[in-house]
Structures are given as C-alpha cells and as structure tokens.
Design a protein around this ligand. Structure first.
Ligand SMILES: Nc1ncnc2c1ncn2[C@@H]1O[C@H](COP(=O)(O)OP(=O)(O)OP(=O)(O)O)[C@@H](O)[C@H]1O
Ligand SMILES: [Mg+2]
Length: 272
C-alpha cells in the first residue's frame, strides 16, 4: 500500500495565481479520501502534484516518504494514475478499447494480460460491448467513465479521480461508487475530488475541505458534515448533504449518509 503526503505545499501558476497556500496532508496507504471545496479552491492543482504533472513551488510532495521530485514521471506513472477533470484532455485514441489499452501497454503489459485488463476495466464502467466504437461516439458522462476505465486498467497502487461524478446520473454514480469501494477493498489508496456531497459522504472515509488553497477541515464525514461545521463549510460554498441536514433538523446528531440517518431514525423510534 502506498501513502501520500504533502508538506507545506505551495503552488503558484506562471501568471502568479497562488493556487495552493501551504497544504500539509498525510494520506495513509489504502485510505479513501474525498477532496471538496468551492470552484478554484485548489483541488485539481493539489492532486496533479501526486503524479508529477505539477511540481511544488515550495514545500514537498512525498510518495511512501520519498520526494516525488526524485522520481521521473514515467516511474510515477507506475504508482499513481490520475484522471483529468476534463476527459477530452485525456482521450486521444480512435477506439475505446485502444484508449484503455494505452496506459497499461506503456507500462509493458502485452497479449492476453492486456486484453483481460481492458475487458475488465470496460466492464467495470458499463462500456463492455463498446470497445470498437470511437470515444467521441460516447456522451460526456460516458467519456468520463472511459477515462476512469483507462485509469483502472493501469492497476496502480494509487488512484486519483478528478470529479468523476460530474454529469453522472444515479446509475453512473453507483458505478463510480462501487469502483471506488472495490479499489479500496483491494488495498489501493484512492483520492477523489467531487462537488457531489452525497457521493462524498457515502463513498469516502475521510473528507478534506479546501478553501483558497488551504485545508480548512479534515476528518470523517460525520465530523466534517456535522451541523457545527456548516458555517465554516459555507465559507467555501459547501452545503452538507441532505441526510446530514435532515438528521440535524430532527435532532438526531450527525447523519451524513442516508444509511446513518435511517439507523438514527430507527433508534429514535425505538425510544418512544
Ligand atoms: N493553468 C492555470 N493557470 C493559472 N491559474 C490557474 C490554472 N489552473 C487553475 N488556476 C487557478 O488556480 C486556482 C485553483 O484552481 P483549481 O483548478 O486547482 O481549483 P479546483 O478546486 O479544482 O476548481 P474546480 O472545482 O472548478 O475544479 C484557481 O484560482 C484557478 O483559477
Ligand atoms: Mg478542479
């Protein structure tokens, strides 16, 4: 299992935008971490440091305790796979199957191993029978799932997904959720950015909240979405999921997920 860390990470874009302003995070091997915060708070900038796509302006980024600057991008690609927020910046092959095969082939996977990986990854995102089609025959939400399949097929110990929930309907969300759970179950370290608070609360074990390039909250969903945190969440335009709001309204404590709300309601019903 591979751990990730940042130490006082600062990143300044060439135009002077200070997108990360001293982020210190430790993510243990096998953890499932959601990164949330308003548009422009620094989520995408942060995760692009873990595969060397961006290099720290100040501070350090560590993989298993080793500075990523000491590793080549090709070496990092074996350890960390990251999806782009915009799938069209990632997709370039003319066939869906070739698109998914590209990453693992680059890592040296060949023959039936490669075919099997592609088949499994496409099946995981419900694109199993579409391997021969052109990626641009797919709608946007399906191209997001294709980008996700390409990353799964790499079988890296660290998987980072930038806004996989954008544009997904209930079925797509369930796909993404089960993929994240399966990856975590297999011991991968998974980091996911999302604007969908229900998805984050129900899928991730830990939530990191960014505002203006700084971490303002970090903890399990029960803590981060508890009613006493709402004013702080509001400063980065985050609203707690419906279940958390309903639990607080009914005086049931912190119930960030529908399952926890249901359990609290049952316990409450049992008392009367
Ligand atoms: N290539 C770039 N050049 C200059 N500034 C940039 C660039 N990319 C992002 N920024 C700026 O850096 C800050 C952080 O942006 P980033 O994309 O990391 O935020 P985000 O949290 O991922 O936002 P979103 O929720 O919209 O995806 C913002 O102020 C953004 O405008
Ligand atoms: Mg982003």
């Amino acid at each position: 299992m591979t751990s990730l860390a940042t130490e006082s990470l600062v990143f300044v874009y060439p135009d002077g935008t200070r997108a990360l302003d001293g982020v210190s995070l430790q993510i243990g091997g096998g953890e499932a971490v959601g990164i949330i915060g308003q548009n422009g708070s620094g989520k995408s900038t942060l995760i692009r440091h873990f595969n060397g796509l961006l290099r720290a302006t100040e501070g350090r980024v560590l993989l298993d305790g080793q500075n990523v600057n000491e590793r080549h991008v090709a070496e990092l690609a074996r350890i960390v796979a990251v999806t782009f927020q915009n799938p069209d910046r990632q997709i370039f092959a003319g066939r869906i199957g070739s698109e998914v095969a590209f990453g693992p082939r680059n890592l040296g996977v060949r023959g039936t191993d490669l075919e099997q990986r592609v088949e499994e990854a496409l099946k995981a995102v419900d694109l199993g029978p579409r391997g021969a089609a052109n990626p641009y025959d797919l709608g946007f939400s399906q191209r997001k799932l294709l980008a996700l399949a390409s990353v799964i097929a790499m079988e890296t110990p660290v998987v980072i997904l930038d806004e996989p929930t954008t544009g997904q309907d209930a079925r797509g969300l369930e796909r993404v959720r089960s993929i994240v759970r399966r990856l975590v179950g297999a011991g991968r370290t998974v980091v996911v950015t999302s604007h969908d608070m229900r998805f984050v609360a129900e899928t991730m074990e830990r939530v990191v909240v960014l505002r203006d390039g700084q971490v303002i909250l970090d903890g399990p969903p029960e803590e981060v979405f508890a009613a006493d945190r709402w004013p702080l969440l509001g400063t980065t335009h985050v609203e707690a999921p419906w279940a958390a709001q309903e639990g607080a309204r009914l005086g049931l404590g912190s119930t960030p997920t529908e399952a926890s709300l249901f359990t609290a309601l049952q316990a409450w019903g049992g008392q009367v």
